[in-house]
Structures are given as C-alpha cells and as structure tokens.
Design a protein around this ligand. Sequence first.
Ligand code: SAM
Length: 331
Amino acid sequence: MTSGSRELVDPFGRVVRDLRIAVTDRCNFRCTYCMPEEGMEWMPRRQILTFEEITRIARICVDRYGFEGIRLTGGEPTLRHDITELVHQLAALGIDVAMTTNAATLRKIAGDLRAAGLRRVNISLDTLDREKFERMTRRDELDHVLQGIDAAIAVGFEPVKINAVIERGVNDDEIVDLARFGRTKGIEVRFIEFMPLDATDEWQRNKVVGQDEIVARLSQVWDLEQMPARGAAPADRWRYTDGGGTVGVIPTVTKPFCGDCDRVRLTADGQFRTCLFSTDEFDLRAALRGGESDEQIAARIEAAVGTKWAGHRINQVNFVRPKRNMSQIGG
Ligand code: SAM
C-alpha cells in the first residue's frame, strides 16, 4: 500500500487488489470454447477506452486502493495498436504489469514488451497437435505460438506460464503431454476447467474435466505434492517431487475459489465488472467521458465493489450466463 491509500473491501470482507483490463475485444484466433467462427460484432472503435482512460482508471486503483498488479487481456491484447506504449504507461505507475496472450505474434514483440516494463506473461496453449490446434483455434498457428513461448522465455519474462483449457473429448487426452511440455521448458502449465463463457452456448457440465481428474491423470505419471494454499491466486498448485517444477489447476467449476477472490475487471469498452460471471456492469466510460473527477470515479468503483457476489452461481439451478462471452469480458 502506498501512503494515502486504503483497502478496497467488498461486502464479504475480501480485499480487492487485482485489476484485469481487456484492451480489445478483437482476436486473431476463434477458439471454439470462446468465440463463434464468424459473426462476432466488434465494439465500435469510439467505445474502446483510450490509453489515457485506461491509465487513469489504473492510477485511481493504484493510488487510492493500493492495487499492486494489473493484467492486460482481451480479446487478444497484442492486437491493440501500440500495446507496448500502454504497458510503458502502466509500468510507470510502479506496479507489476502482466499479460495473458495467445502468443501468435509474441516472437515479434516480446523484447519490446519486456523493455516497456511487462514482467509476466500467461500464454494460452491447449494442444501440441497441429491439426487439433487448428480445429480448436480455427487457425494454423501452432508453430508461431511455440516460437512465442520460446521468445517469452528468452527475453526474461518471469514467470512465463501456460494456460490450457481442457474440454472433454477434445483435448483431455493431452493433459500429460502438455504437462510434460511445461516440465521440458521449465514453465508452469495451468489447466483451466472449461467455463460457461463460450459464445455459442455449447458448454455442458459433462464437457468439464475437473481438477480431481486432471490431478489423477498427472499422478499416474509423476509423484505430486500439493503446495500451500493459493491465497488469492486462481490456481491450486502441485510440485513434481522429482524436481520437475510445478503444475496448476484453475478449478472454477468443480472447486470454486470465490472466497479468496481479489479480482475486478474492466472491459475494453470501459465497463467495470466484479466477477467474470456477474450480470451487472458499471459504466466507467460514461463517467470518464462525462468529465467526472477521480473522486467521483472512485465512488463508482466503490459502489460496484459493494455489489460483488459471495461467489459465482455456476453450480446453482438459478445460474444465468452473462450476456457477454469470455473474449468480450476479458479472461
Ligand atoms: N487472447 C488471450 C489468450 O488467448 O490468452 C487473452 C484472452 S483469453 C479470453 C484469456 C483466457 O481465457 C485464455 O487462457 C483462454 O483459453 C481462456 N478461456 C476462454 N474461454 C474460456 C472458457 N469458456 N472456459 C475457460 N477458459 C476460457
């Protein structure tokens, strides 16, 4: 916490200190579990927050509430024109800037992003099989993504992590192969349970491969030791006892971790959200463009955080999917 800041606390006593910012809703992939093949309606350019607007919200969160980190996401954040400049502006706030990316073009810009102040990257990689990669992302880009991972390691992002969404009958046969890939590269793979945030409403519970099953499959090959509680981070983590590094699972569906959640989100069009699954949004773009003071915008953030749910309702009969899919919210 910097002097003059105070904690932003939600109604359940959780301290909010992690902001995820979607910088665009556009993507160069069309992952089946996230977007439709065609027909996405992109947000009009004038509705997308400018770098100055994004940085202003970030500064309010940092100066007033002591946020220590920001993660850039989307859509695909590297598609945002001049993204290195935004990283530079955010890093100048003195915080830890991270990015979640599909890495399709990372080989070209990893060095610039690192120099601009980006410290950490999570790279999405759901399969090591070229044909399956093309089926899952609807793009033939596996080689470029692998080059992006190597570039991320080479320029010194610390840590580099792999995010792998596992969908039953699609890539659950690759859990061990993906884990082995992470061990070979010396980076952590985090398996993500498939969430009901796809654009085509195809999510079904039986397509979710849960944490217990993932860990059981890994345990058939390696001896694993669970690491201490995660804190606010979304992944449960295990150590390979042979010294082969660590592996994680983000068990959003089967073992929700909402009780420890410290996250809030800002969509590319300036809507503030308190949960991936919330059905309410708070329009900070209108506030920014309406000439409101930092004080007024902070009051809106506090009011929004005052509505943060105890937990998502995926496992309840009255669960209502958010209107937007993952790429529009910012995963
Ligand atoms: N384009 C970037 C990328 O691919 O990492 C950032 C945005 S993407 C929406 C962020 C993360 O959300 C990715 O790791 C992606 O695999 C994950 N994701 C998207 N849809 C999902 C779903 N329905 N269930 C679980 N994870 C999902």
